[in-house]
Design a protein around this ligand. Sequence first.
Ligand code: NAD
Length: 439
Amino acid sequence: MKIVVAGTGYVGLVTGACFAAKGHHVSCVDIDNKKVTLLKAGISPIFEPGLEELLVNNMKRLDFTTEYKEAYKDADIIFIGVGTPEKQDGSANLSYVYSVAEQIAESIEKDCVVVVKSTVPIGTNDKIEDLIKSRLVNDINVCVASNPEFLAQGTAVNDTLRPSRIVVGVEEPFAAEVLKMVYKDFNAPILVTNRKSAEMIKYASNDFLALKISFINEIANLCENIGADIEDVALGMGYDGRIGNRFLKAGIGYGGSCFPKDTKALHWLANFHDNELKTVKAAIDVNESQKLKLIKKSRKYFDSFNGLNVAILGLTFKPGTDDLREAPTLVNIPIMIEDGANIKAWDPVGVENFKKKFPDKITYCNTIEDTIKDSDVCFIFTEWDEVKDFNLLKYNELMKTPIVLDGRNCYDLISAKKAHIIYDSIGRETVNTFEVSLV
Ligand code: NAD
């Protein structure tokens, strides 16, 4: 069976590599020449733990190309894993998906199953099938199946090799049989449903997780005001199996390439059908204001950033990835820069991507120590292990004023109290033992 994957981003590349690891031969197509050149040399263009190793170990079953016609013409199954970013109005931009569909139609020379892995609004698979059928150059059969992807960046390889479930949305049983063959060694439950339900499972899953995060963040904000501790509250809630303990971590909101756009896209679609989703709207609204929570907190300590030395720990939207899409730093740092802050920043893998957006207004440091040295305030935006394991005493030792604003609750309050710092985190009491150290 010849498998082709269109798109070598976080989803397409990981999918292709994992199929190869399970013994399939896979051609990966991308329009980005630079990516394909790197991949041919066994270098991953993205940071994803375990991915490069997987690519190198399975090179003999993987090839990479920009020549889509060659790749698609004799494929048995083509997975579409290209981006579906957000449009200005919140709806999903499907131009990349439709463009692949057109390329497939003009290239395929034999019967083929086209599988949509990209997250697409409900009803899009139907449109893709109509589009391909209307543009076919050769007299062949093609059917479209939905197979949404649930991987999370930072754990994408493991998530793909050991999925919680495989969702297959089909209108023809034959397509389900083909997909069951592809996934026969993945040892996961396979749910076969119709295409629209499969598309909806993806949005409903992501939007539910986003809602869980926004819910705990709202509770955290209330905890702060009334003297409860969100870490204990979340722990106590999480013991209840009906609630579960994951995605109950309070912080400065979700980011990344999925939750923000998938909440907005479903909300847009629901409104289009005159059926507003009030819970999804709430998740979006809470997240928007939560992103700026640390800036709001900082006003307790100073009116302006003008002339302040600001240390930033963590640039990416979460640990384990170099992806900056919708990272809270992208809205917070410009506010500080505009206000006249002198910024030093550290991130173990995100600096190169950040430099492309902010090449000169930030001093990038190689260590946390260099970043916080002589700073007036430190912002923690990403809970990297290096930050969590950092010796808290050093904030007092190295900073000019040891004000640490932690958007990810990296430290326990007892340690913070012993560190003689001002430590302001999310949904917990503010620790101020800095004065104590001066006595
Ligand atoms: P990405 O932006 O990282 O990668 C998309 C890739 O597609 C790029 O390399 C781009 O060059 C390529 N591309 C664009 N047009 C092409 C074409 N005509 N032919 C071949 N390649 C083409 O995107 P991603 O993060 O991998 O997301 C892909 C889809 O999967 C999206 O719909 C997303 O919502 C969904 N998804 C993403 C994640 C995630 O964590 N990133 C998880 C689950 C689902």
